[in-house]
Structures are given as structure tokens and as C-alpha cells.
Design a binder for this molecule. Sequence first.
Ligand SMILES: Cc1cc2nc3c(=O)[nH]c(=O)nc-3n(C[C@H](O)[C@H](O)[C@H](O)COP(=O)(O)O)c2cc1C
Length: 303
Amino acid sequence: MLEIQFSKLRLKNPFMNASGILGVASSTLEEVGRYAGAVVSKSCGSEERKGYANPTVVAFEGGLLNALGLPNPGIEEFGRELEQYYRACKTPVIGSVFGGSAREFAALAKRMASHGVQAIELNLSCPHAKGYGTEIGADPANVTAVSRSVKRAVKVPVFAKLTPNTDDFGALATAAKRGGADGITAINTVKAMRIDVDLRRPVLTSVYGGLSGRAILPIGVRCVHEAYAATVGKLPILGAGGIESWRDAVEYLLAGASAVQLGTVLAHSSPKIIEEFCDGLRTYVKAEGFRDVGELVGAAHKA
Ligand SMILES: Cc1cc2nc3c(=O)[nH]c(=O)nc-3n(C[C@H](O)[C@H](O)[C@H](O)COP(=O)(O)O)c2cc1C
């Protein structure tokens, strides 16, 4: 009842982690893989990056504000983590990559695919790393160009993770489709900042960061709804942003997502909550008279 087909991936349920929240260690991915339909890696670049100096994460009542600066061990070291993961867990992995150009994205995706991942997620949406993420992915022409060059480089499905920091999210989704992307992830964090009133200066070292968690749920749902409408339901969508319960996940499905990613909620709950979310979703599907979870996808557009 919860099993889904997402592009070429057959998933035991529509839940996965969102990239980056849990770091890169294979042991953490294994823990998620025990419960989730798929696991998503932290975004990897060509070389090791240390990220920004602290403070890089601030918690507040609405969620988290972060500007880690894309720290990662580099694609080669990450390959070794993946080898360990696959020895312990068979749940499909979506490998996330970030590059500074279409060419770099394609080379990284090819390397990531050679490490055995079942799909690639393109981080076109990190709002706080100079030369990467939103700086590239806010322009629909770049989204098309990167998607196209990665599609030429790999055989596995490619999902473009898009930024909500734009006035026309539907145009970004259409651009990904035009480039041949097999799906999109919506959304990455929302550009934001906080100021320390005692020190009278920005809290984050990098000044601006990305907002995640509860506060962004309605933004994520709106973006998924716009993307589904703009692509007439023809581009599979992974919904993300502020999901803290199975009901939040249902909201994303009704807006047009076929599966969802859990981010900030996993910073303070064990991945075991995915079991609880599956139980809630299964009960809802049955009680509302649907045959399976797929029947919920985009249902709010028919209303
Ligand atoms: C600490 C932290 C690190 C993140 N790292 C990445 C990353 O490496 N790549 C990426 O595409 N998104 C990254 N994200 C964004 C999340 O994957 C997700 O899109 C976003 O947090 C919204 O979901 P949420 O509200 O459930 O957290 C990160 C978010 C946080 C809070």
C-alpha cells in the first residue's frame, strides 16, 4: 500500500531523509535505510571542503538556520563510505552532488554513479555557498544546462533539487524537465538571517544562511503545488521542507509530491519515526478509501 515507483526507483515507502542533515557517515545512512524507502547522501563536491567557521547552525522556535558552507570529504572519500553502506544495507541511495558549472556537475555525477548509487540529486539550491547552489540554480537556463549535461553523463535517474528563493518556482521545475531531469526535489532551505541584539551583529559567520524546519512547511507545499501545475503532473516530485508528522507528508503528496524527504525533524528525532509516519499514512490511505498512496499524489489539484 505504501510501496511506490519514483522514476526508476522501486521504494518500500515514500519516506527518505533530506540531504545533509545527518552528515556523511555510512553508519548514519544505514540507520535511515533500515526504515526509509531511500537514503540521500550529503552533497559532495570534487574536493574536500571544511565549510565555514562556527557558528554555522542556530536553532530557534521555527526550525534551524544554517550556513555550513557545504563541508564534505570529497567524492573519492565518500565512495569509501558508500562501500561500507552497501555491505550493510540494500536500501537505494540517491547521491547528492554540487558543482560550480555544468561540466563539474557532470563529472561529479559520473563519479558518484560509479560508486553504485541508484540516482543522482543535483544540489542547485544551497543558499549560502559562494559560486554554488542558488547562485547557479536560481536561473532557469542554468537548471536546464546542468540537468542536460548530467543526463548525458550518467544512466541513473537525475533529480534536480531546486531553490524556493525565486519568484517563479514553476519556471525552475519546467527548466529541469526541459533539461531531461527525471524528477525534482522541492525545496532546499529559504535564505534567511538572524541578528544577535546584544552583540548587534549577524549570528551566522557567513551572515546569511538557509532556514529549514517547521517555518518553511507552507513554502515547500506551495512550491510543490506550483511545480506540479507547471509540469502538468508529468515530472515526479520529492517534497521537502518542515515535515514533522505523517499529516505534513500527506499535505505534500496532495500538492503533487510522490515521495517526501525528512530534514530538520531528524536533527531531534531518531529515524525510527519513519515507522510511525508509515503507520499513520497507511491508516489514512485505508480510512479515506484509497487503494494506495499513489492515489493521493496531486489530489488537491482536482479540488
Ligand atoms: C544542517 C543542514 C545541512 C544541510 N545540508 C544540505 C546538503 O548538503 N545538500 C542539500 O541539498 N541540502 C542540504 N540541506 C537542506 C535539506 O536537505 C532540506 O532541503 C531542507 O532542510 C528542508 O527540509 P527540512 O525543513 O525538513 O529540514 C541541509 C539542511 C540543514 C538544516
